[in-house]
Design a protein around this ligand. Structure first.
Ligand code: SF4
Length: 373
């Protein structure tokens, strides 16, 4: 019986995002760790490794697929109501103790994280996405930067089929990986987990590359939305939230900021769950910092109008939501407020199609073109 490591070692191809150092040493630059990797060793993420001076990267499988409303990613200003066909591989370059996708992200670090891979091809994934009625293909669940070559292969097929493409990522990127993705990606969600470099060290990263990624994506014209999971006692001090939201507003006040509620998960079981009052306080800090589109997530129905999109010019509601469900959609085909014609930043469809689902669901197994190993 092959182990998970055996399976993953066999499902690889040579990577694009690396350079040769002296001898057989190489450097991977798919993420901000920029690992120098000696012969026979993996990088920090455990899924990219050096064999004979060549970098091998994950290929030909998914750790899971799911049909999600795009609001779950969350994207609120990118094709509202669309079905987002979401796939992930395995592994991550960080090790957040509160991770909600730990079964896939920590597959090779944590013996309890077991998610058997499924064989897949880019064509098979896109065919499934089209069969489900998806408009967007999303690389998510694990950290997509560390499997960027596979994501680009899938995204090329997706674009050819008329689908939009997106990353749900921790943002620990490099200039090289962002240039590599740039031609093939439409929307990018960054988890900005903290504004304190010491906190990022606890999670296994540094804040610098993440802030650089946010600036670069904005300058490249890729649509970005930012999420901060508000964890009491970890990242909810006024000083930290003020710094974080002032940074975002400095990049662009039009970047949507989703401040979402923590619930106890994985190894982080001690902080209290986030309350609606905590979210409202954080949202107010963001508003004072100058952010125009702030959303409070994970506690539907308890955060006033912070689930809705309002026109910043006339104040009228242009999209009304409950959780992932769209209750009302009033944005014009040109992406404007119907009352005052103010342009609402985002990527909007020509016309709103009713949601296929407001809840995640698994595609029917028999329809999947992907197979268990
Ligand atoms: S993706 Fe990041 S963690 Fe993995 S080998 Fe490359 S630089 Fe290292």
């Amino acid at each position: 019986m092959p182990t998970l490591r055996d399976l993953l070692s066999a499902n690889v191809r040579e990577g694009d995002l690396y350079e040769h150092l002296e001898g057989t040493r190489i450097r991977c630059f798919a993420c901000g760790h920029r690992c120098p990797i000696p012969e026979g060793q993996p990088g920090v993420c455990k899924v990219r490794f050096n064999r004979g001076g060549t970098l091998y990267v994950p290929w030909g499988y998914v750790g899971g697929v799911q049909c999600d409303p795009i609001e779950k990613k969350p994207f609120f200003h990118a094709y509202p109501g669309a079905l987002a066909y979401s796939f992930g591989m395995l592994g991550c370059d960080l090790h957040c103790s509160y991770c909600q996708n730990w079964v896939t992200s920590q597959a090779l670090r944590d013996p309890e994280a077991l998610s058997p891979p499924l064989r897949a091809t880019p064509q098979g994934l896109v065919e499934d996405a089209l069969r489900q009625g998806a408009k967007v293909l999303v690389s998510t669940y694990n950290e997509p930067l560390i499997t960027a070559e596979w994501a680009v292969a899938v995204f090329k097929e997706a674009r050819a089929a008329g689908l939009k493409t997106a990353f749900v990522s921790n943002g620990n990127g490099t200039p090289e990986v962002l240039e590599y993705l740039r031609p093939w990606i439409d929307f990018y969600k960054v988890d900005l987990k903290s504004f304190d470099d010491r906190h990022y060290h606890e999670l296994g990263g540094r804040i610098g590359p993440i802030l650089d990624t946010i600036r670069s994506l904005h300058h490249m014209g890729i649509w970005i939305e930012i999420v901060t999971l508000l964890i009491p006692g970890f990242n909810n001090s006024e000083k930290e939230l003020r710094g974080l939201t002032e940074f975002l507003a400095g990049v662009s006040p039009d970047i949507p900021w989703h401040v979402t509620a923590f619930h106890r998960d994985y190894k982080m079981t001690s902080p209290d769950d986030t309350t609606p009052e905590d979210l409202l306080r954080a949202a107010e800090i963001g508003r004072v910092a100058g952010l125009r589109y702030i959303y409070a997530g994970n506690i539907p129905g308890s955060v006033g109008n912070l689930e809705d999109t309002r026109c910043v010019q006339c104040g009228k509601t242009v999209i009304r939501r409950f959780g992932y469900r769209i209750l009302e959609y009033r944005i014009t085909p040109e992406g404007r407020c119907p009352h005052c014609q103010h342009s609402i930043p985002g990527r909007w469809a020509d016309h709103f199609e009713p949601q296929i689902t407001s809840h995640p669901y698994l595609p029917h197994r028999e329809l999947l073109s992907i197979k268990r190993h």
